[in-house]
Ligand binder design. Sequence first.
Ligand SMILES: Nc1ncnc2c1ncn2[C@@H]1O[C@H](COP(=O)(O)OP(=O)(O)O)[C@@H](O)[C@H]1O
Ligand SMILES: [Mg+2]
Length: 267
Amino acid sequence: MIRLYSMTSKLLNELNPDQQKAIIAIDGPVLILAGAGSGKTRVLTYKVAYLIFEKHIDPTNILMVTFTNKAAGEMKERIKKLVPGDMPLMGTFHSICAKILRSDGRHINIPINFTIYDEQDQLDVIKDIMKEADISTKDFKPHALLTTISEAKNELIGPLEYPQLARGHFQETVARVYLLYQKKLIESSALDFDDLLSKTVELFTKHPDILGKYQEQFQYILVDEYQDTNHAQYVLTTMLSKRHRNITVVGDASQSIYRFRGADFRN
Ligand SMILES: Nc1ncnc2c1ncn2[C@@H]1O[C@H](COP(=O)(O)OP(=O)(O)O)[C@@H](O)[C@H]1O
Ligand SMILES: [Mg+2]
């Protein structure tokens, strides 16, 4: 607690005792579960300020993951007010992965200038494939196929693995479409949103040296809205925090608590 008294009075006055406790715990994993509006996001922004101001951590050694780009923008504004100067890397899992793939994706054959497809681009590809493969949109909704492909990607199940797991007519159709879909994306030098995550996991798995570089860089990792992370995001968080293990995650106590059971950063 004593250290907190040397922080600016502005910082101190704006936190309750529980929040202060969460902020000064900087070594090792910290999991904070609390209700909506209880000040979790505030803890994360102030913790970043604490790390920089009080612990003299280089901002470039801090990674902060937000749930939306809007949240990242708001957080940047909040942190700019608290700490002038260099900013930590802040953004959604997707935007952070896009950055990582732009600089290192070439190691898994991703072109530097890859395009990111939005949902409409994705649906256009699915519809083209359905036409070419003679799959009727009356039998299968393009959107349903896309959603199922997206779920597979977030579970880190690739197009070669999916057919082995597919059961029934719908999933077997998804398996066919998934293969063709991924082929088309590669031909167009495009990644979809889910690829941003799964390809980063692939990059880190195939190139431990590159993972090591990011593990070394991100000595402090903070994740907001942790209850909403999918499997790929969980794997990324675990990979990145494995070396320093200074990770703070906050989540809504009332939502999907069961997800936290698998989230053990002490390993
Ligand atoms: N200790 C505090 N003193 C005053 N206002 C606070 C405090 N903690 C949080 N707030 C305010 O309460 C609101 C909700 O906080 P937030 O961090 O967004 O909550 P959560 O992320 O848990 O939903 C925000 O407007 C925030 O600025
Ligand atoms: Mg919040």
